[in-house]
Design a protein around this ligand. Structure first.
Ligand code: IDP
Ligand code: MG
Length: 138
């Protein structure tokens, strides 16, 4: 069993897609062991995406991520980290495989509906960025 960090981003929450995405997470064998709805501040978004600080899209990305509430979740299951990335699909929905969440639901490269940790190390950092141990059920 392992854990990963997932977000249903503001574009998807705003369109009422959180339930559909959570249902799919359960159907495909991952368990939600932590969850909250958070309208993050710009500072929180900047800290979360610090690895992208030098990228040209950083200002736009952090503005978008702090524009409305996101559903934040800790997912658990066998190979949770690669499994959730596979369910999400490629960053750019135009490149995402058929049947992935981004292919089916994303609006564009920035408003791509979901986030997932890109490694076990990122998962540990991202989970602890938003969740205390007491907020994760065992
Ligand atoms: P990931 O979410 O698939 O891990 P990253 O490269 O880590 O993709 O980028 C983080 C987020 O930044 C993406 O999910 C997307 O919302 C946004 N993003 C990435 N590349 C671009 C870009 O070239 N233009 C605008 N937004 C981008
Ligand atoms: Mg990433």
């Amino acid at each position: 069993m392992s854990r990963t960090f997932a977000m249903i981003k503001p574009d998807a929450v705003e369109r009422g897609l959180a339930g559909k995405i959570l249902s799919r997470i359960a159907t495909e064998g991952l368990t939600v062991v932590g969850m909250k709805l958070v309208h993050m501040t710009l500072e929180q978004a900047e800290g979360f995406y610090a690895e992208h600080k030098e990228r040209p899209f950083f200002g736009s990305l952090t503005g978008y991520m702090s524009s409305g509430p996101s559903v934040l979740a800790v997912l658990e299951g066998d190979d949770a980290q690669p499994k959730w990335r596979e369910m999400m699909g490629a960053t750019n929905p135009a490149d995402a495989a058929e049947g992935t969440i981004r292919k089916e639901l994303a609006i564009g490269l920035e408003k791509n509906s979901v986030h997932g940790s890109d490694s076990e190390e990122s998962a540990a950092r991202e989970i602890s960025y938003f969740f205390t141990d007491a907020e994760i059920v065992s």
